[in-house]
Design a protein. Sequence first.
Length: 288
Amino acid sequence: MKKMRSAKQVKTVNNILVHTALAILAAVWVFPIIWVVLTSFRAEKGSYVSTFFPKAYTLANYTRLFTDTTILNFPRMFANTLFIAVCSCILSTFYVLAVSYCLSRLKFRMRKPYMNMAMILGLFPGFMSMVAVYFILKALGLTEGNLIRLVLILCYSGGAGLTFQIAKGFFDTVPRAIDEAALIDGCNRWQIFSKITLPLSKPIIIYTVLTSFISPWVDFIFAKVICRANSDQYTIAIGLWRMLEKEYIDNWYTSFAASAVLISIPIAILFLCMQKYYVNGMSGAVKG
């Protein structure tokens, strides 16, 4: 009995320690978010303040983003980013799902070399190629005017096929007997992919859509290199960065916090609404 009680006590202490550690980690994770939200409602200007909580609250930081467009045109930057992110998301999702399905279901000569090459290339960050990409695009005359948005869409979606690993793992869990039955009934590969496999793969589709949308939505490096001084083509990431420059930080710091809150809302809503399918997609890929 004493051993059982001591074991229960040890288990209780361990649970308390674990929950305490998790609570501390949660507080550390939530603290910056609370600080940004409070700063977005702060009435006093500047980035250096003496108190954590604002002395006065205001909505002017939010309204300024949509009314004061003489220096930083937030609505235009938001529209540019939304357009680029949506188009890149559509193309990237199609590329990833198509490549993943082919590698999961089809057998061809360069299949394994391609998978090995993709794994090796995945070890290197994408921005390592940005200088070469920029000069290639400049030589083609695609780095000026409205073509910049097209170029960013191509940059974000062009290499999406290399990120097939998770989607392929999910497709591997779909029984091949379904494909074989469809082939016997006279379906071709495209019909099997579009009318049978995709309807059964909603979790991985939603996971791919989310990841394909977030990447261009938050990217700064490629956007900054390609946009350069074309302010009418700026994305949200570049706009946020400019708000923290020396000549703007004093007047735009609280508006920077407000814009950070605004651009996080769509992503948060997407994750909350699609969290169930997102988790299922990841678990299916792990099983594969």
